[in-house]
Design a protein around this ligand. Structure first.
Ligand code: HDE
Length: 724
């Protein structure tokens, strides 16, 4: 039998004798391709044939091994959250949480707990576009010294349904319609709105899903939420309810809907690329971990049922305490091995954290292991490197498909007297006093298949969300409902939905209904429907600033992308100064020109070009600079693509700065720079027109940076009239 000569690719140490044999055969052959059995290949280009022009021989075991492996490269994609992007990082708690929880990773501020995070969309297939309107998954695996803890959340703090038994219906409704498998990764179709309009408990979540939360600018600019109430349990066994929040340090920002749709075509990997590049560039994304804590026994004072996952705890009612920070600092080495094979489960707990009776959470506790069995092909998925814990693991579970561990000894049961157990120790349980302890909640209730009446309020928090939005955010919600419902063919479904919305806010419903070719919304029509409930409780707060994205725009331009539109003859001194000031503030500047290579400046120097108008678009950037230089401005003004670039950025409410002759590109918008050289003009929010001399004294950079930090200028004038 030929000895194994392979070195590269070994993941498990070989037994000692094999290891030394391997080393003695490796010299000089480490780079040879081999079969999976280690046989060196003579040729990786030609199969074995009967003569150079003859048929391929069945005997060609090398060809067959290679093709067989290829044929089995795919595993089933996740039934939901199929499209995802992952990253490694670390988590650190800020101060010991001993008062509330015994979880070891939440005690020591010096302890770094490794994490792996996977962000995802819910509805689309693995190859679908990143920027579709959808909820985003935000799943974090903490590799703690007490075992893996998974916080498997979303970027929206509530969910569509209250009971797990409705999940297959919800997902079947939102996925492509089964007869023709359309549309991909979109809720804008009849079956989704048919279901949603018949499930008024979904209304609160629909408000979030129609807001800009569902079209994030970046995965790095999203909040994350555990959604359900969990329990913190301390060493004395005291329990507190806890809701988890991730707060991004870069702020919470969304795309314009038109922009999101265009990006889906221009770069369907937009979010994946953004996350990857930020980490490669050393701009490590960070989130604070926050908790809302409610004393066990005081949950009734909230005014709604803490177990109902269609409700959030308003931050204005129970503030979020920041307890730690997560930094994502390493991209995966291999997408399949890590991001695809990672297996999250809300039931992966550590001592000190426990479940509540939220009926959605309870159903999830079954689903996740079950789905891994078919997705990852058997019961040993915990042995896949990305899923392995970093703490010791011992039990007597054995065998199964793809078992990696070579268990030693004759004993695979407990109790035993025959075995020394693993590594010479007898592993056992100690009678129940150590390890994970379930919180001993007192239960004395009849077995019953019924919803608690405390879950019957389906609208008050939808109204709270609506009331908490700014004017622009309300406009976006109305526009999103209109868009989605306009794609619904059956008018009765459109009608049913706006009748439901009339229970959130009549003005909202009336605005949504206006262009949909249906009757004015009628709250009574909804209320008359079988199963419809509007047992409204009064909210303890009527508005909560934390529910608005605009209420908390980040004050930084860090990692924001600025397009600088240039052609031959561009005025370079002010361009360079702005580039420098923006780079100092952490922004990323790219030169976009009519051609690749370089452009000549007005003073005859060469500037290297990053992109052309053909291979990029305004939707890839957060802001635009049009420098001065009469020749450059004239060339760009004569190019439809350059003018479109500027108009589109304007329409998407991005900051635009134009210097001297560059202002020509804004003339279609009716903006012209006064010939007064001292002027910095701001004709509408986020449009800065300036003389290059103002650049030299730093004023333009300051104004430009401040405007970009506001993210978008949603209240900009006249955007509906702009043809882009
Ligand atoms: Fe999931 N969910 N889910 N889910 N979920 C899955 O597990 C399920 C729910 C969430 O990046 C699946 O490994 C049921 C809420 C995320 O790998 C599956 C119910 C929340 C991810 C599953 C819910 C989530 C999943 C598919 C209703 C936010 C992606 C593949 C009771 C708190 C994790 C898999 C990743 C994935 C079931 C509802 C978050 C089928 C039955 C609520 C972030 O097990």
């Amino acid at each position: 039998m030929p000895p194994n000569k392979r070195k590269a690719g070994l993941t498990q140490p070989l037994p000692d004798t094999k290891q030394s044999q391997l080393e003695s055969f490796t010299a000089g052959s480490a780079n040879m391709l081999t079969t999976n059995q280690g046989l060196q290949l003579p040729d990786n280009h030609n199969s074995l044939k009967a003569g150079v022009r003859g048929p391929t021989l069945l005997e060609d075991f090398i060809l067959r091994e290679k093709i067989t492996h290829f044929d089995h490269e795919r595993i089933p994609e996740r039934v939901v959250h199929a499209r995802g992007s992952g990253a490694h990082g670390i988590f650190k708690v800020h101060k010991p949480m001993v008062q509330y929880t015994s979880a070891a990773f939440l005690q020591d501020p010096d302890l770094e707990t490794p994490v792996f995070v996977r962000f995802s969309t819910v509805a689309g297939s693995k190859g679908s576009a990143d920027t579709v309107r959808d909820v985003r998954g935000f799943a974090v695996k903490f590799y703690t010294q007490e075992g893996n803890y998974d916080l498997v959340g979303n970027n929206i703090p509530v969910f569509f349904i209250q009971d797990a038994i409705k999940f297959p219906d919800l997902i079947h409704a939102v996925k492509p319609e089964p007869h023709h498998e359309m549309p991909q990764a979109a809720s804008a179709h009849d079956t989704f709105w048919d279901f949603a309009s018949l499930m008024p408990e979904s209304t609160h979540m629909l408000m979030w899903a129609m807001s800009d939360r569902a079209v994030p600018r970046s995965l790095r600019m999203m909040e994350g939420f555990g959604i359900h109430a969990f329990r913190f349990v301390n060493a004395r066994g005291d329990s507190h309810f806890v809701k988890f929040h991730w707060k991004p340090k870069l702020g919470v920002h969304g795309l314009a809907w038109d922009e999101a749709q265009k990006i889906a075509g221009k770069d369907s990997d937009f979010h994946r690329r953004d996350l990857w590049e930020a980490i490669e560039n050393g701009d490590f994304p960070e989130w604070n971990l926050g908790v809302q804590i409610v004393d066990e026994g005081k949950e009734d004072e909230l005014g709604f049922d803490i177990l109902d996952p269609t409700k959030l705890i308003p931050e204005a009612q129970v503030p979020v305490q920041i307890i730690g920070t997560m930094v994502l600092n390493r991209n995966p080495d291999n997408f399949f091995a890590e991001t695809e094979q990672v297996a999250f489960h809300p039931g992966h707990l550590v001592p000190g954290i426990d479940f509540s009776n939220d009926p959605l959470l309870q159903g999830r506790l079954f689903s996740y292991t079950d789905t891994q069995l078919s997705r990852l092909g058997g019961a040993n998925f915990h042995e896949i490197p990305i899923n392995r814990g970093v703490c010791p693991m011992h039990n007597f579970q054995r065998d199964g498909l793809h078992r990696q561990t070579i268990n030693k000894g004759r004993v695979a049961y407990e109790p035993n007297t025959l075995g020394n157990g693993l590594q010479g120790t007898e592993f056992r349980v100690d009678g129940g006093t150590q390890g994970f302890q379930s919180y001993p909640e007192q239960l004395d209730s009849p077995k019953i298949r019924r919803r608690s009446p405390s879950f019957d309020d389906h609208f008050s928090q939808a109204t709270l969300f609506w009331n908490s939005q700014s004017v622009a955010e309300k406009d976006h919600i109305v526009a999103a409902f209109r868009f989605e419902l306009s794609k619904v063919d059956v008018p009765e479904i459109r009608q049913r939905m706006v009748d439901n919305l009339a229970h959130v806010d009549l003005k909202l419903a009336t605005r949504v209904a206006a262009p949909l070719g249906i009757k004015s919304p009628d709250p009574k029509a909804a209320a008359g429907r079988l199963g419809f409930r509007d047992h409204r409780i009064s909210n303890k707060v009527n508005e909560d600033p934390a529910l608005s994205m605009l209420g908390r725009a980040g004050a930084s331009v860090k990692t924001r992308k600025i397009a600088m539109l240039v052609a031959d003859g561009v005025e370079a001194a002010s361009l360079r100064r702005l580039q420098q000031d923006l780079a100092d503030a952490g922004a990323i500047c790219k030169l976009v020109a009519p051609h690749l290579g370089s452009v000549s400046t007005a003073s005859g120097r060469q500037l290297a070009v990053d992109f052309t108008f053909t291979n990029t678009a305004s939707v890839m950037f957060d802001a635009v600079l049009i420098p001065g230089g009469s020749q450059s401005a004239a060339a760009l003004s004569a190019m439809g693509e350059a003018v479109h670039f500027v108009l589109e950025a304007y329409k998407h409410c991005k900051t635009i700065c134009a210097l001297n002759d560059g202002v020509q590109l804004l003339s279609t918008l009716g903006f012209n720079l006064d010939k007064n050289p001292d002027v910095i003009a701001v004709p509408t929010a986020g449009v800065i027109m300036a003389d290059a001399r103002k650049v030299a004294d730093g004023q333009v950079s300051q104004d430009f940076i401040a405007a970009i930090a506001l993210h978008r200028h949603w209240d900009r004038l006249n955007i509906d009239a702009v043809p882009a």
